[in-house]
Design a protein around this ligand. Structure first.
Ligand code: M3L
Ligand code: AKG
Length: 420
């Protein structure tokens, strides 16, 4: 049995389990879900919040047929279903499932754990899915969310590195990415492909070794997802026959590290280092291209936490793109204590040592047809130096667009909207 009562400040609902939720009048009036106050199609507030009297009182509150009807002094009526009221109870906060607010289960991995359960899906499964709730787009985004990465098999590619053959792989890969969300354009292009030709004046466009990093440490909002598809890797036209070794000797293997797992290790093993890397904003830049010099709105730490819950939400790390650190006073919060220069170097050394442990860093050779997508806010990537001719294509997706898709396909639009 549900019971309602009200006084001059609040409306109270007592649930069958005996718990009572209290809702402030101004909150109820502001949150009115009627079509005049909340646009049913655009899901935006139409009501003028500031026209609500600060001390508004309900004239009458009645309960029937699973709804609570509130009549306000101007005779406006607000109707809330009890399930909606239960879902949004804030005093007390109840055990609601909040798909738009909770992060969901993540499996943090080391190499052994990842290998024993590699997140994989096929191109065909994804491309034939209609994107509805529970379709394979849901499984795909759920795998990415749980593991921070996912391999996609059976992606079409050409058999040579001719422009025509590359176009086959690139258009299939682009279609794959766009199945998840729209592509983020950057100074590297929208959907990009790269070889060791320095086309974009970044070391990704060389054959150098790149240690595990996250991309875009120089953006205020780094890409949420990154997808790679190796289209081609061979000895190349100019290799002489005695130089031609086995494919494995070409190098170019991909590095992958679960940054959340690695952060957990650092926190356990060197709490002081973890603390330093949660506090020091590291300046970063992308400045290779003539018309480009990107720096974030302010320097961010390696570990970014939810400001209230303290949960780790993002890892940013790219030692190669780190700028000159000459303004220590501005990049650390002095209220929490100064960080010495050498102390900072000790902290990044401890972090680097963890990232390069063989049991932490997963090394895998990508092959044409097997794409890799990963959460760039969590999983670090890199590659080993290589020889020969190699072409990789892929794209970035914004974190919020990815999460929108993850939530809608896994929880359904009704549940997600109900939670706004
Ligand atoms: C992926 N793509 C080849 C387009 C760009 C790679 C950029 C890598 C760069 N140092 C960074 O961290 O952003
Ligand atoms: O070439 C690769 O395999 C990866 C390159 C890379 O790390 C990057 O583009 O950020």
């Amino acid at each position: 049995m549900i019971q309602t009562r009200f006084d001059k400040n609040k409306v109270y609902i007592t649930w069958p389990d005996g718990v009572t939720s209290a809702y402030d009048n101004i909150w109820l009036r502001d949150t009115c879900q009627c079509p005049e106050d909340y646009h049913p199609l655009t899901k935006q507030r139409l009501l003028n919040t500031f026209a609500i009297p600060r001390d508004i009182q309900a004239k009458n509150v009645t309960f029937n047929d699973q709804s609570v009807l509130i009549v306000w002094p101007d005779d406006h009526e607000s109707q809330f279903t009890v399930s909606w009221l239960r879902q949004h109870s804030y005093a007390p906060q109840l055990d609601q499932v909040k798909p738009a607010k909770t992060v969901g289960v993540q499996m943090h991995w080391d190499v052994a754990k990842l290998k024993s359960n590699l997140p994989e899906i096929t191109f065909d499964e994804i491309m034939t899915a209609d994107g509805s709730v529970g379709s394979s787009v849901a499984s795909w985004t759920r795998l990415i969310h749980q593991y921070g990465c996912c391999f996609i098999d059976g992606v079409p590619f050409g058999s040579t590195d001719s422009p025509e053959d590359n176009a086959v792989g690139e258009s299939a890969t682009q279609a794959l990415v766009e199945r998840l969300a729209y592509i983020r354009p950057t100074h590297y292009g929208g959907f990009w492909a790269f070889t060791a030709d320095l086309a974009k004046n970044d070391t990704a466009y060389t054959n150098l070794d790149l240690g595990s990093h996250t991309d875009g440490t120089y953006w205020s909002d780094p890409p949420g997802l990154q997808l790679f598809h190796l289209l081609h890797h061979s000895h190349g036209k100019n290799a002489s026959s005695e130089n031609i070794n086995a494919q494995s000797e070409l190098g170019g293997e991909t590095r992958l590290v679960d940054g959340f797992y690695a952060a957990g290790l650092l926190r356990q093993e060197s709490p002081q280092a973890y603390n330093v890397l949660s506090r020091v904003g590291i300046p970063a830049h992308s400045a290779g291209e003539d018309g480009v010099c990107i720096v974030p709105s302010y320097p961010r730490p390696v570990f970014e936490h939810h400001p209230v819950s303290g949960e780790l939400v993002q890892v940013r790390w790219n030692n190669d793109d780190r700028s000159v650190m000459d303004n220590w006073g501005q990049i650390t919060d002095a209220n929490k204590g100064e960080v010495g220069v050498v102390e900072f170097y000790d902290a990044i050394r401890a972090w680097y040592e963890i990232l390069t442990r063989p049991e932490v860093e997963y090394i895998v050779k990508l092959v044409p047809g097997r794409a890799l997508i990963f959460d760039n806010w969590r999983v670090l990537h890199g590659r080993k130096a290589f020889t020969g001719s190699r072409r990789m294509c892929g794209a970035y997706i914004n974190r919020d667009d990815y999460f929108s898709r993850y939530r809608l396909t896994n929880f359904g639009r009704d549940a997600v909207l109900n939670d706004l």
